[in-house]
Design a protein around this ligand. Structure first.
Ligand code: NAD
Ligand code: UDP
Ligand code: UDP
Length: 338
């Protein structure tokens, strides 16, 4: 089925795995679970623009109708309110599985990663669809290797407060590979590193959204711990390009998808100050348990096999997120632009 809907229509892949995404071909039927969320909704925009038919499956746990409302009325777009923990019957060519309570304040009490992934793999198996799992850099835990390469097995606490997410995604990767090896399901695995951009949840506790919202509201930027821990921040359009190349390419992965530019939280706070308010204060708070000390992707594999690398630097991407947050926090009331 996948072959008929997709490869058989001449959607070619060249020798280095570079995908001519704009190539003309028959539209695919694609499910995006979590498609009303931050990353999912940007992915949906690209798929619809490419000419595909998209079914978003979302329970609106953290996602919002506003993120996809501009597609309402398009006959190639469908929105289903559904919890992926429950079985689901659909006929599709590809499944982008993003549904997951993805931020620290939401992910602690939820079996979505395991049960939801199992159901979507069951669906992929039944209809012969290609399945892409959005895993995470958190599978590396508090890494003892830096930067992290896909072959690194990670350093994860199985019983800590973050374990539901880290181990949940590790289990999801295991299930994905089991369905691939055992049932012949075509799978793809992306390990996503910290991503930011417009439509991010405003109050979900992640560092970029916290700092941006705080600076806009004239509140102090809350730096946890000593602020010397590092992260690498990827703009959402780069991630979406990477996910689509991975899905269309011929490699299972896992692939790290992230921006190798590494920042301490104090440096990030400084970029936010420069972008929004040079007078924004910094307030130190105790750090959360098991917080990884550093994180930076090695993206050699994605560069070589998918022909992908991020294009948007933090100082370029942040202003685009700030305009969106300004709009959502203050409505149409125009604030002085930084
Ligand atoms: P998000 O919270 O904006 O999106 C997740 C979406 O999944 C939401 O729309 C939510 O309502 C939906 N959802 C949650 N549980 C569900 C369920 N049981 N059934 C149906 N829908 C459900 O988060 P995001 O940042 O867009 O993350 C998307 C994916 O990317 C997640 O799988 C996440 O783990 C992964 N990821 C994101 C980042 C990042 O920095 N944004 C980093 C690593 C991995
Ligand atoms: N599943 C689903 N939609 C489908 C096919 C399966 O939601 O179209 C669910 C199914 O309910 C099961 C899971 O996916 O809980 C795994 O399915 P599979 O057929 O692999 O396992 P089995 O049902 O044989 O245990
Ligand atoms: N962090 C921070 N202030 C905040 C929120 C988070 O300093 O208001 C820190 C957090 O301790 C971690 C880093 O920022 O070291 C990234 O946190 P986030 O939750 O965004 O992502 P993750 O820990 O999942 O990489």
């Amino acid at each position: 089925m996948y072959q008929n809907g997709h490869l058989a229509t001449g959607f070619g892949i060249n020798s280095v795995g570079k995908i001519p995404l704009g190539l003309k071909r028959k539209g695919l039927r694609i499910v995006v679970t979590g498609g009303a969320g931050f990353v999912g909704s940007h992915l949906v925009d690209r798929l619809i623009a490419r000419g595909d038919s998209v079914i978003v499956v979302d329970n609106f746990f953290t996602g919002r109708k506003e993120n996809v409302v501009h597609h309402f009325g398009n006959p190639r777009f469908e929105l289903i309110r559904h919890d992926v923990v429950e079985p689901l019957l659909l006929e599709v060519d590809q499944i982008y599985h993003l549904a997951c309570p993805a931020s620290p304040v939401h992910y602690k009490h939820n079996p979505t990663n395991v049960v939801g992934t199992l159901n979507m793999l069951g669906l992929a198996k039944r209809v012969g669809a290609r399945f892409l799992l959005t895993s995470t850099s958190e599978v590396y835990g508090d890494p003892l290797q830096h930067p992290q390469v896909e072959t690194y097995w990670g350093n994860v606490n199985p019983i800590g407060v973050r374990s539901c997410y880290d181990e949940g995604k590790r289990t999801a990767e295991t299930l994905t590979m089991d369905y691939h090896r055992g049932a012949g399901v075509e799978v793809r695995i992306a390990r996503i590193f910290n991503t930011y951009g417009p439509r991010m949840c405003i109050d979900d506790g992640r560092v970029v959204s916290n700092f941006v919202a705080q600076a806009l509201r004239k509140e102090p930027l809350t730096v946890y711990g000593d602020g010397k821990q590092t992260r690498s921040f990827q703009f959402v359009s780069d991630l979406v390009e990477g996910l689509m190349r991975l899905m269309e390419g011929e490699h299972v992965g896992p692939f790290n998808l992230g921006n190798p530019g590494e920042f301490t939280m104090l440096e990030l706070a400084q970029v936010v100050q420069e972008t929004i308010d040079p007078n924004a204060k910094i307030e130190f708070r105790p750090n959360t348990e098991d917080d990884p000390h550093k994180r930076k992707p090695d993206i050699t594999k994605a560069k070589d096999l998918l022909g992908w690398e991020p294009k948007v630097a933090l100082r370029k991407g942040l202003p685009m997120m700030v305009s969106d947050f300004r709009q959502r926090i203050f409505g149409d009331h125009k604030q002085d632009d930084a």
